[in-house]
Design a protein. Sequence first.
Length: 68
Amino acid sequence: MGSEFLTAEEVAEYLRLPLSTVYKLVQDKKLPGFKVGKHWRFRREAFQEWIEQQEGSLFASNNNPPKE
């Protein structure tokens, strides 16, 4: 991963997800990306921030067990 932008295939490989899942996440606006023609691109910095947000929300939900 040496470019400022990642392809959908690179994102799928990095996250170890099917390419179809990456397309679904970006179309549902859950993953930050944009289209260039018919190709999706992901800014590396925004992608890394998204990963950190996902980790943060997971950590927060694990530290706040439901109240009875």
